[in-house]
Design a protein around this ligand. Sequence first.
Ligand code: FAD
Ligand code: SF4
Length: 325
Amino acid sequence: MLRLPDFQYLAPRSLEEAASQLAEHGSRAMVVAGGTDLYPNMKRRQQEPTVVIGLRGIPELRNIAATDGAVRIGPTATLHAVATHPRLRTELPALATAAGLVSTPHLRRMGTLGGNLCLDTRCTYYDQNYHWRKSIDFCMKKDGAICWVAPNSRRCWAVSSSDTAPVAVALRARLTLLSVSGSRSLEAAEFFRDDGIDYLTRRPDEILSAIDLPLHPGWRMTYQKLRRRGSFDFPILGVAAAARLQDGLVEDVRLVLGAVGSSPVERSALAQPLIGHPPTLEAIKSVAAEAYKGARPLDNTDLNYAWRKKMARVYVERALSQVLL
Ligand SMILES: Cc1cc2nc3c(=O)[nH]c(=O)nc-3n(C[C@H](O)[C@H](O)[C@H](O)COP(=O)(O)OP(=O)(O)OC[C@H]3O[C@@H](n4cnc5c(N)ncnc54)[C@H](O)[C@@H]3O)c2cc1C
Ligand code: SF4
């Protein structure tokens, strides 16, 4: 049985208190929301904070508040709350679907949207216990010097495996980050970085404090997930698609792939030939063929990577057909 190491747990009552605790303890500290990712990682000594700052005692971080044109979701709103929220289900169904496809009912009641967006990247050589990793002399992401997936590589290729991240990018979510030096807001696409180690542009002293999503009247949207089992498993491919039609013609379309790289991969540009035309299966197939060429899954997650690449074509076609036809 894997045990948690000793650590100090702090339970701030306000966001400001949490930010000042994070600033005070510096690189020794991490924040925790549901703990469904951080605590297993600590048990495997992948992440080793000695101070853990819990966010769940801060009530305002749990709220989901819809206004006329947007919805603001607090980062500690659970995935269950997001998946079952009536307005999210009807007005931003791709987000509710993605949240509802994460793992299992138990984990969705503990795990949060903020934790899902900040989820650590994953790799077969990294998501192992300490002794397993030690037996291969570790790897570049933690404690070692080499990448076992691409030994000549100077970067880590661990995979962004969050279900909600590609949806947040497709729906143009804005994220607010707060620290003792103030707050800033950025597009979801700017939040993720294509680097398996340094996978977020969030500074270590910053707390994700709000997730704002514009409502998308008139849009159709979907999230399609590929995984080994129908529940429990992380995505090995996720496709977020959204589109708006006007008078039978495609007016706008967005396409973002998840779990094919260290960050969500926006492919909306490849779907631009659809715009201004009535949608056809033939045109969708040609976009899917282009999108699949760009997907370069590596041999560091579940199932065969060549098959996963082929499935990118199938899933893009399926997602675009759902929102356009
Ligand atoms: C068996 C199993 C299956 C899983 N399957 C899936 C799956 O299918 N899809 C999927 O996407 N995930 C999956 N997960 C991962 C995880 O359960 C979810 O991603 C969950 O949403 C994480 O949220 P959390 O609140 O528990 O995060 P935590 O564990 O609390 O935190 C995760 C990371 O985010 C940081 N963090 C959390 N909140 C904030 C904040 N507000 N500001 C700054 N940093 C923050 C933490 O410091 C930590 O680095 C699975 C986990 C397990 C154990
Ligand atoms: S991609 Fe390479 S460096 Fe990154 S976690 Fe996997 S083996 Fe380690």
